[in-house]
Design a protein around this ligand. Structure first.
Ligand SMILES: Cc1cc2nc3c(=O)[nH]c(=O)nc-3n(C[C@H](O)[C@H](O)[C@H](O)COP(=O)(O)O)c2cc1C
Length: 444
């Protein structure tokens, strides 16, 4: 291990999700079934993560509820949530340190509006805002925006690239020192330090400027989670944090090295692109206790819901096949969800049936499951962290709130004891905590 490796510390995020990321979590007696609708419960999670010195909490989003079939959807809590930006703005007022990251889609939103919302969150939170850029992988979102055809993946990513460019341009409308607040000369800002964007591209015509002077972070943090060729390339060119759902250390290493290489080729410092795989961590005092809680959750999965979940990830109607038979091949061509390929590979490698595959993904929606004692969980995290697979982890615990309470009580101290995680926050802004440089505006 190099000297630099000895002092490098991992970053931690907590992804919110109803009563936990396990598809059946809301049925478990320990769960709060209405977490995403009850601000005091969401605040408990945010405060607990802050107590645990997490870098950020992350609220995902989708603009359609139609993820499952009409028969199975009402049996799950999936998709039930208040609007993330409203939530994070409220949390900003009652937390001090934790980063606040949420999703906004480049397919159904507008860059001017997104730039304005996230710059505002950055102000309200004192520099703790982050934007998870998504292209909306689920076609039903189109039905809520005029009912047109959901654009194909290649088009969505082309639009996303232009969208991010416009948002960055708008965030750079004012130079850092533009505000003069000079009462004597009645000059609020220096007009030479305000820049009109005048963007005209394939998808957007945006004049600007955004009338929000440079926010505390310079720019909010840009996060991305696409895993396809286009997704990785966009992440490498534009993202500062990259989420991913990798199933094994080997796959995670391939992803990590690939995105870092692409970042280098795009002229960026690969150290400023943090790869944070999702980990479905369930930690209890002992291995047996943790496995027991996980089994309780697995036993609560309704098979129709399990099949529906798998069908969504695999983009194939799995109800047509024998639940205890092999997983069928994926449809060829078209927009195959990148996670489908990863899951199929895992099913083939481990010889899983449909039931076993949905059980495998039920805990964390396709993320790697890590269940056990603090020591066991920390061992795995340490090995990914030190072997070019992760710069940190986006935790997706199966069960809220106990899952988060236990992580902070048991896992965080174990990571700290090993020198792998901070013992105090390093700075006020999310950018400082993540150790990321402030991007320099590119003016043409
Ligand atoms: C941790 C994580 C969080 C994600 N959050 C969202 C989200 O909030 N909204 C969304 O539409 N997609 C979300 N996605 C999906 C990705 O943005 C992306 O569409 C998906 O990984 C497929 O990638 P691809 O289009 O490059 O194949 C998330 C993915 C991961 C791994």
């Amino acid at each position: 291990m190099s000297e630099q490796d000895k002092t490098r510390q991992m970053k931690l995020g907590l992804m919110l999700a109803q009563s936990g990321h396990h598809v059946a979590s809301w049925l478990h007696p320990e769960a709060w079934p209405d977490t995403e609708l009850d601000f005091s419960k969401l605040l408990h999670l945010a405060k607990t993560a802050e107590e645990g010195l997490f870098d950020f909490i992350f609220s995902a989003d989708s603009l359609s509820g139609e993820k499952f079939t009409p028969e199975t959807l009402p049996r799950t809590a999936i998709g039930v949530r208040i609007e993330p930006m409203t939530l994070l703005t409220a949390l900003a007022a009652v937390t001090e340190n934790i980063g606040l990251v949420c999703t906004a889609t480049t397919t159904y939103d507008q860059p001017y509006l997104v730039a304005r919302r996230f710059a505002s969150l950055d102000y309200v939170s004192g520099g703790r805002a982050g934007w998870n850029v998504v292209t909306s992988a689920h076609p039903p979102e189109a039905r809520n925006f005029g009912g047109g055809v959901h654009p194909n993946k290649e088009t969505r990513y082309r639009r996303a690239r232009e969208f991010v460019e416009v948002v960055n341009g708008l965030w750079d409308s004012f130079d850092q020192d533009a505000l003069t607040l000079d009462r004597a000369h009645a000059q609020y800002y220096d007009p030479a330090k305000l820049h009109v964007l005048n963007h005209e591209g394939e998808f957007f015509r945006v004049r600007g400027p955004l009338m929000i002077p440079k926010s505390p972070q310079g720019r909010p943090i840009v996060v991305q989670a696409g895993a396809s060729e286009d997704g990785r390339q966009l992440a490498a060119e534009t993202a500062e944090v990259v989420f991913t759902a990798q199933q094994s250390l080997e796959d995670a290493q391939i992803f990590y090295r690939d995105v870092k290489r692409r970042a280098r080729e795009a002229g960026r410092d690969p150290g400023s692109v943090l790869i944070m795989p999702g980990f479905g961590v369930l930690v209890r005092e002992t291995q047996a206790e943790a496995e027991d809680v996980f089994q309780q959750l697995q036993d609560l999965i309704n098979p129709d819901v399990g099949i529906s979940l798998l069908s969504r990830y695999m983009q194939t109607d799995m109800s047509k096949y024998d639940i205890d038979g092999p997983v069928p091949e994926l449809p060829s061509g078209g927009d195959v969800f990148s996670r489908a390929g990863l899951l199929l590979a895992a099913a083939r490698r481990d010889g899983l049936t449909i039931r076993q595959l949905y059980q495998k993904i039920a805990g964390g929606r396709g993320h790697f499951q890590l269940i056990g004692s603090p020591r066991h969980v920390a061992d795995v995290m340490e090995s990914w962290f030190h072997n070019e697979a992760a710069d940190g982890f986006n935790l997706v615990p199966p069960l809220f709130p106990t899952g988060v309470d236990e992580i902070v009580k048991r896992l965080v101290p174990e990571l700290q004891r090993r020198g792998l995680f901070r013992t105090a926050y390093e700075g006020k802004t999310l950018r400082e905590k993540l150790g990321l440089p402030t991007p320099i505006p590119q003016r043409v």
